[in-house]
Design a protein around this ligand. Sequence first.
Ligand SMILES: [Zn+2]
Ligand SMILES: [Zn+2]
Length: 149
Amino acid sequence: MPTLHVVDRYADLRDRRLAARLAAEDAAEERGLDPFERITCRTHRNWLHHCVGADAHVILVTGHRWCRACERPVPVVVDELAGQVLLRCPGCGRFPDSPANRLLVQVCARALAVAQGRPDGLRRRRPRPAAPAPAGSRRAGPRDRRGCS
Ligand SMILES: [Zn+2]
Ligand SMILES: [Zn+2]
């Protein structure tokens, strides 16, 4: 086996899951992954939802974190407990609707999930569609309260 000299840019990161993901996405990006679909940030060496508030993530050209109507940057609110990512323009009070911002919210939510060790929602979104509870779910009727004794 030939020795591969792979420089681990992320050897010093304590979060090894993050380091692995960064390295994997760097490689994927070289093969054509859209950098805006990354859940890690090469610039800040962090999960996207941890650094998306940095100025570098406001991109006027694409509209990332930018409200076109008000022409101002939009902060991102990440609720790690609820797993929610919100963008609301302080100018108009609305979600700055654009393909870039819709993708940003999606990707941040995915970053949040993966960082917390939940499955990556990339391949199949939501394994179970929201369906009414199955008929057999209320099986414990009043009759089998306690077994016979
Ligand atoms: Zn960043
Ligand atoms: Zn606005």
